[in-house]
Design a protein around this ligand. Sequence first.
Ligand code: SAH
Length: 418
Amino acid sequence: MRVHLTATAAAAVRRGHPWVYRDGITGGGGSAGPPGERRRGERSPRGGGAAAAASGDVVELSAEGAFLGRGLWDADSAIAVRVFQRAQAPALDERAIAERLERAFALRDGWFAGRDTTAYRLCNGEGDRVPSLVIDRYDRVAVLRLDGGMLAPWLDRLLPHLARALGTCGVRSIGLRARAPSASGDAEGKEGKKLAHLHGPPLPDRLFVRETGVAMEVDLARGQKTGAFLDQRDNRARVRALAAGRGRVLNLFSYAGGFSVAAALGGAGRVTSVDSAPAAHASAQRTFRENGVDPAAHDFVTADAFDFLEKARGRGDRYDLVICDPPSFAPSERAKPRALGAYRRLHTAVARVLDRGGVLCAASCSSHITMEDFLATLDDATLERDDLRVRAIHGQPEDHPTLPAWWEGRYLKFVVLE
Ligand code: SAH
């Protein structure tokens, strides 16, 4: 199957960008609306000679009659092709994919050689040159997530390779995370569980892992992402170091309390965790206990973070360290102006409860918000103060690698102001 690309799409592929959008394909019918405008399973218009392609088919990319590379076709996503290789050989088959996975796993073996960290990303999809496939390790369990629909037809063929390669790293069970719930809500299986068993012993609903020496409960069955936000591991360790000698710490959007327990272990006097989900606090408290920290000596507040900040200000509460890591406000480019407004309102409110001499850690996990965009939501006018400086800027850790041309992969921003 051959797919002809526009000059712009071809240039992106040459740079190493792994996605070809539907409107990058020439030959009629090449553009489709955003994926949300089509019903699931409904075939989208196709162009460029891919008229008979089904999701998962290997397609050959060409521009101006010349071979450009190979990828896998996705019949239903706005991304029509995920590009796997620029070279003619070898063939794009399960063996070639398995080899890339083995390379990704071997790198992690080196990075996480001790037992200090037992949860990390084994494969970061495009960033590890295996587009669409994310694999997170939670000790003896590996959780797969497939972005788009092109790898689903490959799963049966890939599984024996995966089971063997993961087995040699000490992984015994493999699960598949359901895709984002569809409009009809059918992505979650029995009892609202988001994880399906693929291989090995039964999957636990919850388990404890270790992260830089700290115990952390992970809710595999119902948690966010594949269970935890592994991309903040290094930033949690940074918060642990920053918390030494700080009396009052505030962790907004605390989820399972990763930053909270890091601050408590780092020597913070009292840590206040704020999240709208009570189940997240229950998990955080189990994590506190597992680390020998008494949750009763800290506060867990179930509330909207904006409301909490308003009330805290009214009470005159002040904090010496604030961590603010909200969910993505900008899931699309279109949502960006509104998202920037939300970050500004949030940061203004945070700055009002940050004591003089305090530290603010502000995070954003949206790729549509660039670092400069994000810093503009932390400027003096927004914070209504001029005593802070940018002490450090961090991103995602090494187990979440990206490609130079794949800017979308560099989504995480973690700014430390003091
Ligand atoms: N900082 C966390 C990840 C945050 S995920 C970590 O490192 O693990 C975002 C969290 O924000 C979720 O737990 C969600 O329940 C919570 N949340 C979403 N909207 C909220 C709101 N308006 N107020 C408070 N919490 C909110």
